[in-house]
Design a protein around this ligand. Structure first.
Ligand code: C5P
Length: 223
């Protein structure tokens, strides 16, 4: 019975982009809409899970009352919030498009346009949330990542799965029409830790979420 197959389970999901402050009015960000992460949260809630959705800035809201939305802005804040709930999460799905770098010294006043010089923004590396949780993961916990690749898709995605200690990675290729930032559809492949792979056709993001959760349940059945 799909409507209760996650009952009693706690699920952590990250979604959306992160914004990394340059000054009080500017940031470094990306085009992630958060739609895939929110669809996953609704799917898990509809199957009886308690969901914590750690969300970067998006134009979406969660519908189910079983979803606790924790709004964050930066990668650092997203990591801090994830670490609070990860120890008690049965399933964690890293769907956010986390910015790789953040300004080293965000200005506390608006940076003025210079008459001559173009400002230089020095960047520092952001923490890798999935990899950090991967190091803390216990054997009975399931950790799932996403990979957006433009070339050498399967090899790059499998390498990420190993490096971040994931149990499964969902690959979406930018080559596929309709599988892009902001769209309502997605075309994914799922790669498991034994490197076996399943390719799914282009579907609505809510149906993709159902396929992903079905796969996670198969892994949970084995641990
Ligand atoms: O290394 P890459 O960014 O391609 O990895 C993508 C996967 O890792 C996604 O699951 C994403 O949510 C996660 N990630 C993360 N923290 C980062 C970068 C990526 O959790 N700083």
């Amino acid at each position: 019975d799909r409507t209760s197959d996650l009952s009693g389970k706690s699920v952590l999901i990250t979604a959306g982009p992160t914004y990394e402050k340059i000054d009080p009015v500017r940031f470094i960000g990306n085009y992630s809409s958060g739609k895939m992460g929110y669809a996953l949260a609704e799917e898990c809630a509809s199957r009886g899970a308690n969901v914590t959705l750690v969300s970067g800035p998006v134009a979406l809201s969660a519908k189910s009352s079983n979803i606790n939305v924790v709004s964050v802005e930066s990668a650092r804040e997203m990591l801090d919030e994830c670490q609070k709930v990860f120890p008690t999460s049965d399933i964690s799905i890293m769907c956010a498009a986390v910015a790789d770098y953040a300004p080293a010294n965000p200005s506390d006043h608006k940076i003025k346009r210079e008459k001559q010089d173009v400002p230089t923004i020095t960047l520092v590396k952001n923490p890798d949330i999935a990899a950090t949780l991967g190091k803390e993961k216990r054997p009975e916990q399931v950790l799932v990542g996403f990979a957006l690749e433009t070339d050498n898709e399967a090899v790059n995605a499998s390498e990420k799965l190993t490096r971040k200690n994931l149990d499964m990675i969902v690959l979406n290729s930018l080559r596929d029409k309709g599988a892009c930032f902001g769209t309502d559809t997605n075309k994914v492949s799922i790669i498991r830790s034994d490197k076996s792979r399943t390719d799914f056709p282009l579907k609505d993001k809510s149906e993709v979420a159902g396929d992903i959760i079905d796969e996670i349940l198969k892994i949970l059945g084995k641990v």
